[in-house]
Design a protein around this ligand. Structure first.
Ligand code: ADP
Ligand code: ZN
Length: 794
């Protein structure tokens, strides 16, 4: 009786509130932000339990054994070989944790000495480690973290090691590099090109590598050579990774209010205690959470230790860096996908160098910053801890918030989880006393929380293909008249989510996925939000061939912008959607411009909901508050509540009071009512009770299994086989649902089938899943991914 029950139990949970309507069409178009969309990683290798002996699966408090030359030892490589490989120690010996280069077949690969040899190969046949790399050895804490995270997420350990070694050039010697600085001489003949070189160097105020200088001045190498020959430039050697400027924790910060001071005292105390603790820092948007946790960071820096602050959209928020610079005199090191290879390498290396002279004292990073080799980590902060982008949904499936808590526990340091709208998991942990809790009840200064109201769309007169109600339009008009800003929020990228042929009734779909193509008029293309495939807008329907009958259905932000331009012809309009910008820097600039008042109306997807500070913004209009409520996702209510409260929080952050208007067709819906009432504790309590009764997270545990193949029959057969052989799971009292075709049943030509496992909180879920999956073999192009604590059910 395990078959094809699929995800129905979850629909049951929500059915009282949200009905059974599948809203996947709506969910697809949510803007995942640039961080989620970039780089499709390789899928997981099959998680049949490989063996990683060598004593590292648990904790290892020593800094590791030393292996004399010729002694066998175990090396973890970044290659998916499924086991620790044995080698012989090189001349001079080597310690556990050392980065090494080892031969693997004909290749040389990167690895870390993981501990003793597995001993299942004859010593006579072992090859020696080729060389020990000139990098600070991986500390026991990080090794232990990787091993525990691999166990938790059922990820092969090499994939974890890859996350921890994402610095380019690790295998190259850290050669000094050549730089040019100003010399005393002057060339006999000055040319405009030569002048530009000297000016560029002056402006930069530091020695520069030749290539960089030539680029900055727009000259060729021969111009530089001429200046060197004349003594106007001097060549010298500099270390490849430049030191970081000093962050001074004792510069004066803002004077804290009473609540802020009390909260920060508690957090500073936790830092001073220097042992693991987890604290929820909860405060409405604009209450000063950032100010307060920066005081904890200051305490950590004072102790000479390193602080890590995780932010959901670090690539976008220049604002945070500027605030750190304000507080400590210079911005922190950044870690995110927007860094170039040299910057990545520098941060990685200098994090390992410690907080001392020139090392990294503070990293502001995206989720992968958790895997940096900090020499002496003293504090982790996870800002906007509820944010869904902390869950990595491709490649290694992990939740950075949970892994941050794990790393803090292993390193024995405090972790602060900050949010205005915490995840239910964190709220429950605090309610049950596992986490501490610090509350900032009020906005800072004269700013007050926005007034929130619904606009009942059933009572509004709106012409077809229009989405702004007269009530909302009047409110925007009033802001324009007062010189204030309005934000219109619609979490859908593109022009229209559906393109329909009025001749045959077909919607244009993706060739490779079970998904509709979304029109992006700005790029003049159709795009699949699942696989990223694009094609030009056809003149004729691809199904019936009739011309001129294709019509957009529904709004995306681009279409809303058209309506805004028609409705408010004199207003300056800015559209913020991640696909409209070619780089994170450009988007960052647009956000800065808006903060400085460069637009009257901002139209945005969820990237505008995240922590930005728009002082002149006093109105938030939510175009479709119902979007996202009707999913079969067990977190639909929680997500909508968080998103709506966050978006509303953009309004009225300075001295002008704000207002948030939610357009909805179901103002009596309990979630909408809770959003309006602002009774957050009440909402979390009710939500927690619902989850407890259903035995789902955080009161039970779940794991998703996603099977895929180009062969629809084989992938379903594999699912059925797994369902038949579920004894390892049923033995621990777990239930298995499925297999069933995934809601998006085909992506990139691969058919997808899901199973779902649900277990009691205390059950040894990972171990049972490991045994369960070890029974099947993946042949052909079958792939299997395990998603522990899934956040998405697509
Ligand atoms: P949150 O992180 O809770 O949204 P912030 O820390 O961003 O809140 O604070 C909101 C705004 O109020 C920021 O511009 C911040 O600089 C300012 N602010 C908060 N507390 C103080 C304070 N004690 N003194 C001066 N400015 C403050
Ligand atoms: Zn597609």
């Amino acid at each position: 009786m395990l078959l094809i029950v699929a995800l129905l139990p979850f629909r049951g949970i929500l059915s009282g509130r949200a009905g059974l309507v599948s809203a996947f069409l709506r969910l697809w178009d949510a803007d995942p932000g640039p961080a989620r969309r970039e780089g499709r990683a390789r899928p997981l290798c099959p998680p049949a339990r490989p063996r990683y002996p060598g004593g590292m699966q648990g904790t290892d408090d020593s800094e590791g054994d030393h292996f004399d030359e010729g002694k066998p030892l175990g090396v973890l490589t970044v290659e998916p070989v499924g086991r620790i490989l044995d080698y012989l120690a090189p001349a001079g010996g080597v310690r556990t944790g050392a980065f090494v280069e080892v031969p693997l077949g004909p290749r040389r690969v990167l690895g870390v000495v993981w501990g003793r040899a597995a001993g299942d190969w004859p010593v006579a046949r072992l090859r020696p480690v080729r060389r020990v790399l000139d990098a600070v050895p991986m500390r026991a804490g990080l090794r232990s973290f990787l091993a525990r995270a691999a166990d938790y997420t059922l990820t092969p350990l090499p994939a974890m090691l890859r996350l921890a070694t994402r610095a380019p050039g690790l295998m190259e010697p850290p050669a000094a590099r050549r730089v040019l600085r100003r010399g005393g001489g002057l060339p006999a003949r000055m040319t405009p090109a030569r002048e530009r070189v000297l000016a560029a160097l002056e402006e930069e105020g530091r020695p520069m590598p030749p290539a960089e200088l030539a680029r900055a001045a727009g000259v060729g190498a021969s111009v530089l050579r001429g200046l060197v020959d004349a003594g106007a430039l001097l060549e010298e050697e500099a270390p490849r990774d430049l030191p970081f400027p000093f962050l001074d924790p004792d510069r004066a910060g803002h004077v804290l209010t009473g609540d802020q001071a009390a909260g920060s005292a508690g957090l500073r105390e936790a830092v001073r205690a220097g042992r693991y603790s987890a604290t929820l820092l909860r405060g409405v948007t604009g209450s000063g959470k950032t100010e307060v946790y920066l005081e904890a960071v200051a305490e950590c820096l004072r102790a000479g230790r390193q602080a890590l602050v995780l932010l959901p959209e670090i690539a976008l928020t220049g604002d945070f860096l500027a605030r750190v610079a304000d507080r400590f005199g210079t911005p922190p090191a950044e870690w995110h996908s927007g860094l170039n290879p040299a910057e990545r390498r520098r941060v990685w290396t200098m994090a390992g160098a410690g907080a001392g002279t020139g090392g990294v004292q503070m990293v502001a990073g995206a989720r992968s910053a958790l895997f940096l080799p900090f020499a002496d980590l003293g504090l982790i902060v996870v800002d906007e801890e509820h944010d869904t982008s902390y869950k990595q949904e491709e490649g290694v499936l992990y939740n950075a918030r949970d892994m941050a808590v794990l790393r803090a526990a292993i390193e024995g340091v405090p972790v602060i989880l900050a949010s205005a709208t915490p995840s239910l998991e964190t709220w429950v942990n605090a309610a049950q006393g596992r986490y501490g809790r610090v509350d900032l009840p009020a906005r800072f200064g004269p700013a007050v929380l926005p007034r929130m109201r619904t606009i009942d769309m059933r009572a509004e007169e709106i012409p077809p293909a229009r989405w702004i109600s007269p009530t909302l339009a009047r409110a925007v008009e009033a802001r324009i008249a007062r010189g204030e800003q309005s934000l219109l929020f619609l979490n859908r990228r593109g022009y229209a989510p559906v393109t329909l042929c009025r001749a045959c009734g077909q919607q244009i779909g993706c060739r490779h996925c079970d998904a509709r193509m979304v029109e992006h008029r700005f790029h003049n293309r159709l795009m699949c939000h699942q696989c990223g495939a694009t094609e030009p807008l056809p003149a004729a329907c691809p199904s019936c061939g009739v011309e001129g009958r294709l019509a957009p259905v529904g709004p995306g932000v681009e279409r809303l912008a058209e309506e805004v331009a028609a409705t408010f012809p004199r207003a300056r309009v800015a559209v913020l959607s991640s696909d409209l910008f070619t780089s994170a820097a450009a988007l960052r600039q647009a956000i800065t411009d808006i903060a400085q008042g460069e637009a009257d109306i901002v139209i945005g997807t969820q990237i505008v909901a995240k922590g930005h500070n728009f002082p002149r913004l006093t109105l938030v209009g939510v175009i479709d508050a119902d979007l996202g409520l009707q999913g079969s996702d067990l977190r639909a209510a929680e997500r909508t509540f968080q998103l709506m409260r966050q978006v509303a929080g953009r309004a009225g952050r300075a001295d002008a009071p704000g207002e948030a208007l939610l357009q909805t067709f179901q103002p009596e819906h309990p979630v909408i009512r809770a959003i309006i009432a602002g009774d957050e504790e009440g909402f979390w309590r009710a939500e927690a009770e619902g989850r407890r009764l259903a035995g789902v997270p955080p009161y039970g545990r779940m794991a998703g299994i996603i099977l895929s193949s180009t062969d629809a029959g084989r992938v379903m057969d594999l699912g059925l086989e797994l369902a038949r052989r579920a004894q390892p799971l049923t033995r621990i009292g777990a239930e298995v649902w499925g297999p069933a075709p995934a809601p998006i049943a085909r992506i990139r030509g691969r058919h997808r089938v899901r199973l779902l496992v649900k277990a009691d909180k205390g059950a040894p879920l990972q171990q049972a899943i490991g045994e369960w999956l070890a029974q099947v073999r993946l042949t052909g192009d079958l792939r299997l991914a395990v998603d522990i604590d899934p956040q998405s059910f697509l």
